[in-house]
Design a protein around this ligand. Sequence first.
Ligand code: SF4
Length: 294
Amino acid sequence: MKIFAPKYYTDFSCIAGACRHSCCIGWEIDIDAETAEKYRGMTGDYAKAVRESIEPGDPPHFRLGAEKRCPHLDETGLCRIILACGEDNLCEICREHPRFYHDTCRGREVGLGMACEEACRRILSSDGYAEFVPVGEGADAELPEFDAVALRTELFRLLSDRDISYADCRKKIAERWRVSPSDLSDEAARELLSELEYLDPARRVRFLAYSSSCPDPEDSAQLRRALAYFLFRHCSPAQSEAEFRAGVGFALFCERLLASIAGEGDIAECARMISEELEYSEENTEAIKFEFVF
Ligand code: SF4
């Protein structure tokens, strides 16, 4: 089956050594079964170093070094496995990051996760969020019947309508999906944020600046694109109206959090942080979506 992606996807490539927040630092890197088998039989100068870096387990993973660095990340920010053995020898998670996939009734889609700083830069600088292009072929699978794409298109049409202000656009989306302050008051939102798990505890304090009524910056283009990203990622896989609404609630919540903490600061870095803390923790994502379930 064909795989589709938002237009900005095709411009993405990892910036490797130039990345300030490498995904090869701070995360446990699991090795999928197929790659683990490949590593067992691998030959060549670097094969022994790869095998010796693996911590057995279910799944096995690379033993992280100082400052939680992947043992194969060199001083210049490049991957020694790629340099010595070629990209084909990366495990699935390293090959795919920051991509995510979901199936819709119209086919499979792939996106870029905003926790990656280069993906974030692309997402926040492109208005191509509503335009989907074919980017490859994937294995056939049974597709869901629920048409989340039609509902998403309706939201993207609203988001792209420059005849209404961004604030009105958000209001219309919230009204359409009956997401109201009574679902999650600001006080309850801050309480929820304080109870979540964090990679960096300092962000717990930062996120407590959440206010659903914080003013939009003069130029709201990046907030609009961030909202489009959250809607794409969290509404598209919905298989029912209830799941779609939870995705809308989550997207609006993350967008308001972004507006609350960005201020005059670096909006891209704030968006990346929110993605890393809220989207890349299944528990955190579920806890927030739960507030918007019918
Ligand atoms: S976070 Fe993104 S840009 Fe940085 S190393 Fe990982 S994939 Fe590359």
